[in-house]
Design a protein around this ligand. Structure first.
Ligand SMILES: *Cc1c(COP(=O)(O)O)cnc(C)c1O
Length: 493
């Protein structure tokens, strides 16, 4: 298997090269040139396996230049006792037709861990296979969750260092504490005076500074990123759709081969795309319902075929879905059209005019696999309260967007039959919103709210979040945006 660019103007590359480079040189995203087939016999084997073996079997055909031993070691390191559930990604069933796939049992209590516990080691071995001798330093500008998940993923990974910049005052108490208490000998964290855009612009300036790159090269380092357009972040996400399906079968709620729908809280379109790819590989999935918050550009797109980012940006209680340009949608458009020229034109129109229209025929194909809906913050809070009241099950704001969209679709008769709601964060990551949804007071620093949510619900916070209260703050530095390069310089000297 080799990898192609969605824009069609780059050479075919190996899996390790696609992962080592992230973005294709023509500006496109790498996609596999074919999809491995998972037949009934293979599905039956997966059904009887644990998560780690499911991951090995699904990922191996995508990584031809990795040996079975290498893949097995990668999966063992990624999905071991760093997860606080022996099932890694368990499904919590609330009735005869609904289960929540919990993707937040990793070290940072959010679903980014499913990919970022795997990517760092995959990246370092890909670099070695590509003949890279220098060490890689990952630079991240974060508005919260991704920075912490990347820090945990790269901490103490040999051959790599990671430096994260976050906007001072621009992340929550809990998010800041999660980052500045990060363990590991190869990690660094710095606040930046300014907002997220200032931090991100600073990182982009450093990436495009050729003189600085030469200096670092002389010291045996080069800079890279770990963002969600890297194929190495998408691939591990295909696994849990197969895993959830097998768990639905094992629970007796569906028969093997019966169709199962999925409802996915969506931002960058990475998570839901991985599910659609699983379906293309042979997973008996029905529809994928794309759930958005008030930033509902995807709801409109799936309704009309017009992607239009020219609209107000809303800051919501599900901040990891506050996105107007869903970059992984480009991969779906490529797979469905099979036409890199058209994909390039649409992406060009998006960059120049802020919109593109895929036309009726493409829209028909999209609607054959996807449904869509959206929830505002008030609806999201009502859904948290409803699920708690009816099922005694606590969900976070992102999961509640999906749960609310599913409930609305069922009420309108648009969805019937079994459905898996993809749950992307622990409710303890968003204590203030969850407490307020339950009608409790939420006016205190973040770490205190963790205790309050435990007391109000009788549930337990994930251990790493509970431990934040007394943890030592290792990284207290703050820089002006112009000083970010010096921080990198010192970090790699
Ligand atoms: C990143 C994130 C999402 C959105 O996932 P995409 O792959 O960007 O669609 C949803 N929920 C949470 C908690 C996230 O961190």
């Amino acid at each position: 298997m080799e990898y192609l660019s969605t824009r069609g103007a780059a050479e075919r590359v190996s899996a390790s090269s696609a992962i080592a480079h992230g973005l294709a040189p023509d500006g496109g995203l790498y996609v596999p040139d074919s999809l491995p087939r998972v037949d009934g016999r293979e599905l039956e084997l997966l059904r009887r396996s644990g998560y780690r073996e499911r991951a090995e079997r699904i990922m191996a055909p995508f990584l031809p230049e990795f040996t079975a031993g290498e893949i097995s070691a990668l999966c063992a390191a990624a999905y071991g006792d760093n997860f606080d559930s022996p099932l890694t990604a368990p499904v919590r069933f609330v009735d005869s037709g609904t289960g929540y796939l919990e993707l937040w049992h990793g070290p940072t209590s959010a679903f980014k861990d499913m990919a970022l516990q795997m990517l760092p080691r995959l990246l370092v071995s890909s670099l070695k296979k590509c003949g890279e001798r220098r060490g890689v330093c990952i630079l991240v500008a974060t508005s919260g969750d991704t920075g912490k998940a990347a820090l945990e993923g790269f901490a103490d990974v040999e051959g790599a260092r990671i430096l994260v910049f976050y906007p001072q005052g621009g992340v929550s108490d809990v998010q800041r504490l999660q980052m500045v208490t990060q363990r590991g000998v190869n990690v660094g964290v710095s606040a930046v005076e300014g907002n997220f855009d200032d931090a991100q612009a600073g990182v982009k300036r450093i990436f495009s500074d050729a003189d600085f790159a030469r200096v670092l090269d002389g010291r045996g380092w080069f800079l890279s990123s770990a963002n969600s357009i890297n194929w190495g972040r998408l691939l591990p996400q295909i696994v849990y759709y197969f895993s959830a399906y097998c768990d639905f079968v094992n629970s007796g709620r569906i028969a093997m081969g019966e169709r199962l729908d999925f409802c996915v809280p969506t931002g960058n379109f990475g998570n839901i795309l991985a599910g659609w790819m699983a379906r293309e590989m042979g997973l008996p999935a029905g529809k994928f319902i794309c759930a958005s918050n008030e930033n509902n550009v995807l709801t409109d797109f799936i309704g009309t075929g017009v992607y239009d980012r020219r609209r107000p940006f809303h800051m919501t209680e599900s901040p990891s879905m506050d996105i107007l340009v869903s970059s992984n949608l480009e991969r779906l458009l490529y797979f469905l059209s099979g036409d890199a020229g058209r994909v390039s034109r649409w992406m060009g129109e998006l960059a120049r005019e802020g919109r593109y229209d895929v036309g009726a025929e493409m829209l028909g194909r999209i609607r054959g696999a996807f449904g869509a809906g959206c929830c505002d913050d008030a609806r999201t809070e009502r859904e948290i309260a409803r699920v708690w009241r009816e099922h005694g099950y606590l969900i976070d704001t992102h999961t509640a967007v999906a749960s609310g969209v599913l409930a609305d679709a069922r009420a309108k008769g648009e969805q019937s039959g079994p459905c898996c709601v993809v749950s992307t964060a622990s409710p303890y990551k968003f204590c203030a919103s969850v407490l307020s949804a339950l009608g409790e007071a939420a006016d205190a620093p973040g770490v205190e709210l963790i205790g309050r949510l435990e007391a109000a619900t009788g549930t337990k916070a994930p251990a790493p979040l509970a431990a934040l209260a007394g943890a030592e703050e290792r990284f207290t530095g703050c820089t002006a945006p112009e000083g970010m390069r010096d921080v990198v310089d010192a970090f790699l000297s």
